[in-house]
Ligand binder design. Structure first.
Ligand SMILES: Nc1ncnc2c1ncn2[C@@H]1O[C@H](COP(=O)(O)OP(=O)(O)OP(=O)(O)O)[C@@H](O)[C@H]1O
Ligand SMILES: [Mg+2]
Length: 238
């Protein structure tokens, strides 16, 4: 379980995140939804300590994450970066293997895991394993980013616009495939998107943000049936 309490982060005079609080239960998919610049990425980065908050705390299963060394924390939290963030000088196979290698898995286990994940995500070992990120299409790169985050089977997955920068048809297909994976269904997931349809398709609950704050949080049905204000109504095009 992840508990975020009164998180705040300021960059210069920009209040990127203010008083953000939410709880994500085991197995839940919380979607952070909102306009560009509303603080989604900043919130996500404070959960795995890529950024330290100015205010507030994050608890993982009751433990304050400020007391957990970042490297250890991140081993239990797969992270899919906005714009994939693959290592350009690593092949596909090497990118996927990063965390298992840090955990000193046996070479053949790493390879078997990478090959299995690639297959699940519609890539093949023979064709893609030895390619470099720049040789892949945007959609293929995003699949490799997903495979990398899933490689060591972390219980928590943080995903920042994992299907962004794709045309709507490819986006829908990859999203559909991903949501059917066993990995997706059993993990605790916090995912960022600015796409309402995507949020509603994948969320257990949606957290709608604006200007660094939470405007409304609830199930897709609750937001649709009882929008808290005009902003929610306009954002959801109700
Ligand atoms: N390292 C930084 N230095 C200065 N300002 C920053 C930094 N990171 C984020 N910001 C600012 O904080 C605000 C929130 O940024 P954030 O990246 O969290 O937005 P976002 O909701 O993820 O937007 P998008 O949908 O465009 O990715 C923005 O005004 C941004 O300019
Ligand atoms: Mg962002």
């Amino acid at each position: 379980m992840i508990e975020v309490r009164n998180l705040g982060k300021t960059f210069g005079n920009v209040h990127a995140v203010q008083q953000i609080s939410f709880t994500v239960a085991e197995g839940e998919n919380l979607i952070l939804l909102g306009t560009s610049g509303c603080g989604k990425t900043t919130t996500l980065k404070m959960i795995n300590r890529l950024l330290d908050p100015d205010e507030g705390t994050v608890l993982l299963n009751g433990t304050d994450t400020a007391t957990i060394p970042p490297a250890r924390l991140r081993r239990g939290m797969g992270y899919v970066l906005q714009h994939t963030g693959l290592f350009p000088h690593y092949t596909v196979a090497e990118n996927i293997a990063v965390v298992p290698r840090l955990q000193h898995w046996k070479k053949e286990d790493v390879r078997a895991r990478a090959a299995a994940l690639m297959q699940k995500l519609g890539l093949t070992w023979q064709e893609h394993a030895h390619m470099y990120p720049h040789q892949l299409s945007g959609g293929q790169q995003q699949r490799v980013g997903l495979a990398r985050a899933l490689a060591a089977d972390p219980p928590v997955l943080l995903m920042d616009e994992p299907f962004g920068a794709l045309d709507p048809i490819t986006r829908n297909r990859i999203r559909q495939e991903f949501s059917e994976l066993e990995e997706f269904r059993k993990k605790t997931i916090i995912m960022v998107t600015h796409d309402v349809q995507e949020a509603f398709a994948l969320a257990t609950r949606v957290c709608l943000m604006d200007k660094g704050r939470i405007v409304q949080m609830g199930t897709p049905e609750e937001l649709q049936q009882r929008p808290a204000n005009e902003f929610v109504r306009a954002f959801l095009k109700l």
